[in-house]
Design a protein around this ligand. Sequence first.
Ligand code: GLN
Length: 480
Amino acid sequence: MMLYQKSAAELSYMLQNGECSAAELLTQVHSRMEQLEPELGAYLTCAEDCMQQAMAVDAARARGEQLHPLAGIPIAIKDNISTKNLRTTCGSKMLEHYIPPYDATVIRKLRDAGMVILGKTNMDEFAMGSSTETSYFHPTRNPLAHDRTAGGSSGGSAAAVAAGEAVLALGTDTGGSIRQPAAFCGVVGFKPTYGSVSRYGLIAYASSFDQIGTFSRTVRDAAMLTQLLCGHDPMDATSAQRSYPDFAAELMPEIHGLRIGIPKEYFGSHVQDDVKSVVSAALHRMEQMGAQLVEISLPSTEYAVNAYYILACAEASSNLARFDGTRFGYRAQGCTSPAQLYERTRSEGFGREVKRRILLGTFVLSAGYYEDCYLRARAAQRSIAQELHEALRCCDLIAAPSAPEPAFLLGERLNHPVQMYQSDLCTVPANLAGLPAISIPCGSVDGLPVGLQLLGRPFGERTILNAAHAYELEVQNAAV
Ligand code: GLN
């Protein structure tokens, strides 16, 4: 097996035992990128100093320094996370030439741990989308089926990990943008509890839902990286003040006696039949492993997509007001008044989907519509969250498909926004309730991977990771 195919945990072991160097590993990942990038388009910007980063880790190891287990592991970063001196575009013309003057907190943590930052990955513009096709630059192709999308909005990160163009990646999940692309590309995607990972330096889409999380090829790798990312940050007012268990060290294949709720609303007619069968088979397997499956009902789920899009667009319309040509990013030339500068900058700098959402968000917040739209969406959000929290009082986890279908064809939904929005129905409830959730590969339909989603209690990352790890081991053992 080539180095780029191995998990971060295996590579960490090999690096610590001198079986390979960070520079060798990086060279392999780079040649993989050279070979595949022209076709896949997972990256937007490559970091020029990667080899220096890798060699610095090798030198520190040679000096006998104590290094973090992830030191020397190459990681790709979604392009809405600020990286000092490394272009950060959010997939938009608006930020095409933007070079942040500071690192996001998560980036500082990766650098402190000695991880090798490979570059920035493609995404839907400002994280608005489910297919990575609204990127201003180019779409990303699914590495497993080049005529299909990699999912979105973190499609570049998911594709990079799936294709061996990175060992790990960071993504962000506002309404499913980690879990859905992970499912489409056949990798593990983990969105921790809202507030557990600092959002400082993440360019906001919908601040009350946005959460940074991980892409990896194994659950153990997700645990290792999440371990590094979690923690209170005084720079983020929504960051939780608490301590976290050592997810990686305490990772155990624990599933026996676990009560897993199966909400019937997630297995309705909107979910493709063969996806339902694959997910049900995975759940049956968990039952054989000792879990107890409990049928539950979450009736407010039917309002989730509508509520999410109203609330997310409302927040986006406010967050994106800062892109006006006066402070950073694109600036329209030859304007004769501030009003003209704002209008032309925003008309020329934003793509169609972003404009659609700013308009929708402004509309639902305007006098006369605020009560009818925004407040009703907030009420729906409360019911959805309440039902989930109640269900999680009697269940340890809730299981569902990660997406209603496997990866769809490129171009298929680009001109059908409502159909595109509908594809988020399995993922948005976790964001509306701030809950942690993972997507793990659980089988395939016509050769396309299907994701199993596990949702947990607030700050119940450990239970999710342990159950997902147990399932993953069981599948691996059955395959050998
Ligand atoms: N597809 C959803 C949206 O477009 C979710 C995006 C996300 O999680 N960033 O809003």
